[in-house]
Design a protein. Structure first.
Ligand SMILES: [Zn+2]
Length: 153
């Protein structure tokens, strides 16, 4: 499971040094709802594309000692299963809907369009809110605007 995380530094700073931030202590499992301290469980690498820039970043993982499932912290400006950041995807979708030529390749925009529509149910689920995780007000406002732009409440 991935939960949104308010990355406290710029993406470029984090990409250069993952230890430029202090990772939070999680005291409740979003999978099994147990009130346990989740153990840090390493990192995995993923791409984060911001416009035409590509960053390779580390995603911090935690392990629940109760249910043995892993939880990862996804910076709030990224979406699960998408390499481009949220703003780039939204901008390309908006341009696609308005029939404006996007800065991104036409086939890539069509891919994002199709994939976005297929993933709407998962995006709307917001599992972290069901288990008491508080999303920062900045991230929460962004999610509200994100879904509001697309006509969801
Ligand atoms: Zn658990």
């Amino acid at each position: 499971m991935q939960i949104p995380w308010n990355l406290p530094v710029k993406l470029s700073t984090y990409a250069k040094d993952r230890y430029s931030v202090v990772f939070p202590v999680l005291t409740k499992c979003p999978c099994c709802n147990s009130a346990v301290k989740l153990k840090r469980h390493g990192f995995y690498e993923r791409n984060a594309l911001a416009g035409n820039r590509c960053y390779r970043i580390s995603i911090c993982r935690y392990l629940c000692p109760s249910c043995l499932k892993t939880i990862s912290l996804l910076p709030w400006f990224l979406l699960p299963h998408f390499q481009h950041n949220r703003n780039t995807i939204l901008k390309s979708l908006r341009e696609s809907f308005k029939k404006i030529t996007s800065a991104l390749d036409r086939q890539l925009v069509a891919f994002y369009h199709k994939r976005f529509l297929a993933n709407i149910p998962a995006l709307l689920r917001e599992p972290w809110s069901d288990v008491g995780f508080r999303v920062s007000s900045t991230a929460n406002a962004h999610y509200t605007r994100f879904f509001g732009v697309l006509g969801f409440r």
